[in-house]
Every structure is written in C-alpha cells, then in structure tokens.
Design a binder for this molecule. Structure first.
Ligand code: HEM
Length: 404
C-alpha cells in the first residue's frame, strides 16, 4: 500500500544549491542510496530507475511542459492553443493517434538517408578549425550542426537555411522563462514558419520526394491522415524538440571526452564504437536531466500516494546512474556492453520521437571529430546554462593536435 504523501518525512532539496550544481550527478547518486523521493518547491524528484520508468508509464501523470506558460501567466490564446495541440503536450487517444501517424516517418531507414549529410556537415564545420588546433566548440561546431539536418529532414532548399536558423532561435524561446518578453518574437517566427511550411507542404503534395514531409503527408493509419494544421504543428514540434537538445548533447559529449582522453583515443582508433559512445554520453550526462509531469488524479509514485495536481520530476540524472540497474554506473566507458535503456530520451508514451535521428547525429559527429581532433583537451573552463531546462555548455574552448 502506498503511504500518503503528507505522512512521509521527505528530505527537502534545493535545486539551486551551489554544492548540488557543482556535482549534480554525484549528489543525486549519494541521495539515491537513502531516498526514493526528494521534495523541492517545484515538485517531487523521483530518483530510482524503476520508479522513474513507472512514473513515465503512468497514464495519470500528464505532460507538464504547459506549466511553463501557467507559471509565467501567459494567456495569449494563439500561443496557448497551439501548445495544447502539439504531440509534446497531448495525452490519451489524441496523443496515440498523432504518434501512430508520425512514427511511420521516423524509422531507422528514414534516419539513415541523412547520415551522409551529417558526416559531410561535420567535416565542413571542422575544416577551418583543423589547422588552428583550437575551437570554441559551441559557436563554431555544435550550435550550427542540427539546423541544416532539420532543414534537410523537411526537404527545404539549402538557401533557406538562414530562415530555419532564425525561426529555431525564436521558437525555442517558448521553452524559456522570459515568455512575456519573448512572446512577440515567438509568435512572429511561428507565423512565418507556418506560411513557409504551408507552401512547402503544397509543393510536396504535388511532387512527393524522399523526405520527412512527404512521409508525414502520406502517413496513413486506418484511413486517417494528419490534417494540414497537424502537419504544421509537427514541423514546429520537431524544431522545438530536435535542435537545442542535439547541439547541447554534442557539446556536452566533447566536454566529457576532454576529461576522459583515453576514451577519446579509443574512439579515434575504433570509430565503430561511435554508436555506443553516443549512448554512453547520453546515459552518463544526458542534457535532459528531468521531465515534468502533473498528477491528473491521486496516484502512486515511488511508494507514495500523491494528490492530484502534484508536480513530479522523474530524474534521469539519478536514474541513469542507478547501480541496481547499471553496473559501475559512475564510470564513463564507451566500450561498456551496448545498453540503450538509459532514460535520456524519456519513456512511456512521450519517449523521444527523434531518438533514432539524435543517435545518428551524435554518432556520425563523434566519429568525424575523434578522427579530426586527436589529443582533445580543455583550453579554458567552460561556462554553463542555468541549472533548469536543457543543460549544456554556453562556451567550450577546446584544443587538439592540428592538421588532422
Ligand atoms: C540528444 C538529443 C535529444 C534528446 C536528449 C531528446 C530528449 C527527449 C526527451 C527526454 C523527450 C521526452 C519528453 C517528455 O517526456 O516530457 C523527448 C521527446 C520528443 N523528442 Fe527528443 N530528444 C533529442 C532529439 C530529438 C530530435 C533530433 C527530434 C526530432 C527531430 C526530437 C523530437 C522529439 C519529439 C517530437 C518528442 C515528443 C514525443 C511525444 O511527446 O510523443 N528529439 N526528447
């Protein structure tokens, strides 16, 4: 029988404690030995792997991204309505329907057709840096990397890349904490992108091609299709979910490898380990460290009966280092037996739709980088994003042996 939440004496936890932020993974790992739940002003942190998986699969715990608007008192009807219809926020039958239709377009085969582009892009980004033997990795490599891939995914012409970059910058602000201030820019970018996608969708209806947009247009399930509005919403969801995550995960990977030079040398010598390396980076230091759920009814979470409305934060940072699930979890090792069951892509019905694509983007990038940046080391201390939301360095000065 679960214990009612108010009868539990839960440890209070400060997400902004400098000691926690200096070593978040170590702190959570230590706390996991004695606790299943921690209390924060934002909600309950769930620590263990099995408890997090159960929370992610619990149908009465709903997606909480929408709370970002509520907390910031955003009421703009266009904005709110839009977020309500996105695959990222819908639940139940509405989500199942969308997911069935769009997953047909996110197969490994669809991802594989972009691998040559990923390699070519990464080679081109490294070319001007190679002779220098140093780089500010965030602005010169990881930030520009995902947008051309998203652009190609939609089958948009290369000359429109600057448009996608601008929209991504503004639309990504909808996951931030300055919504009131950023709203005009977000709405303007959404409107521009809508018009652009409308025209592109029309073109693809007339001239189908080998791209995601065509796959989404033709995707059919028992006679059902995505409506025009749903196609446009999907484009925005992909832009929102697939850009900042990937670029921050890649920069985080390089920061990790700079501190594990033997692992970097190993990857350089055995590029076939790149797929494994991508998953080990995701497990060891995933950039989405937690998601937000809201209890839609009274529900059991990690042995506690939590009341309706409680915010639940399944902690991937803790679960991915749960020693009852992963062996020697505090060791970063790209040659550990391939294990893709880490939680960095989430779990349950909202499991990352772009996981195949993200894995390919990371693996292709890392295999090029390990060959072209041997002897990787930190040139300066990196600076980091604030401790809430997607994590990753805001600057990362690296050095390496020039000329490769
Ligand atoms: C390293 C890169 C990535 C990471 C770490 C990541 C992580 C995640 C996580 C944790 C979720 C679950 C969110 C939740 O449960 O609240 C998610 C969902 C999602 N991701 Fe990713 N993601 C990545 C890349 C991508 C890419 C490249 C795309 C698309 C091109 C993408 C598209 C999506 C979509 C559409 C969802 C929502 C799925 C749903 O609600 O059914 N992601 N991602």
């Amino acid at each position: 029988m679960p214990t009612p939440l108010d009868e539990l004496d839960l440890a209070e936890f400060d997400l902004f404690d400098p000691a926690f932020n200096a070593d978040p993974f170590g702190t959570l790992h230590r706390l996991s030995a004695d606790h299943r739940l921690l209390r924060t002003p934002f909600g309950l942190i769930v620590l263990g792997y099995d408890d997090c998986q159960a929370a992610l699969r619990q149908p009465n715990l709903h997606q909480g991204i929408r709370l970002l608007q509520d907390m910031q008192a955003i009421t703009d009807e266009r904005f709110v309505q839009r977020k309500r219809q996105s695959i990222l926020t819908t639940e139940g039958d509405a989500h199942t329907r969308l997911r069935k239709l769009v997953s047909k377009a996110f197969t490994p085969r669809a991802t594989d057709r972009l691998r040559p582009l990923m390699r070519e892009l990464m080679e081109r980004l490294v070319d001007p840096l190679s002779a220098l033997g140093q780089a500010e990795f965030v602005s010169e490599v990881s930030d520009p990397y995902p947008i051309p891939i998203i652009c190609a995914l939609f089958g948009a012409p290369t000359e429109d890349l600057p448009l996608f970059s601008r929209w991504a910058t503004d639309i990504l602000k909808s996951l931030g904490f300055n919504l009131a201030q950023d709203l005009p820019a977000i709405l303007a970018a959404e409107e521009e992108m809508d018009h652009y996608m409308e025209a592109l969708i029309e073109r693809r209806r007339r001239e189908p091609r080998e791209d995601l947009l065509t796959d989404l247009i033709v995707a059919e399930e028992a006679g059902d299709h995505l409506s025009h509005e749903e196609l446009i919403m999907m484009a925005e969801a992909i832009m929102l979910a697939g850009t900042d995550t990937t670029r921050n995960q890649l920069a985080t990977a390089m920061w990790l490898f700079a501190q594990h030079p033997q692992q970097w040398t190993l990857l350089g010598a055995q590029p076939e380990l790149a797929a494994n390396a991508a998953d080990e980076v995701l497990r060891f230091n995933g950039v989405v460290r937690s998601v937000i759920r809201v209890a839609a009814h009274d529900v059991e979470v990690a042995g506690a009966l939590v009341p309706t409305g409680t915010l639940i934060l399944p902690s991937f940072a803790a679960a991915n280092r749960d020693e009852s699930y992963f062996s020697d979890p505090m060791r970063f090792d790209i040659s550990r037996a391939s294990d893709r069951s880490h939680l960095s892509f989430g779990g349950g019905i909202h499991y990352c739709l772009g996981a195949n694509l993200a894995r390919a983007e990371l693996a292709e990038a890392l295999s090029v980088l390990a060959r072209r940046m041997p002897g990787l080391a930190l040139e300066a201390k990196p600076t980091w994003r604030p401790p809430i939301g997607i994590q990753g360095p805001t600057s990362l000065h690296l050095r390496f042996e020039p000329g490769s």
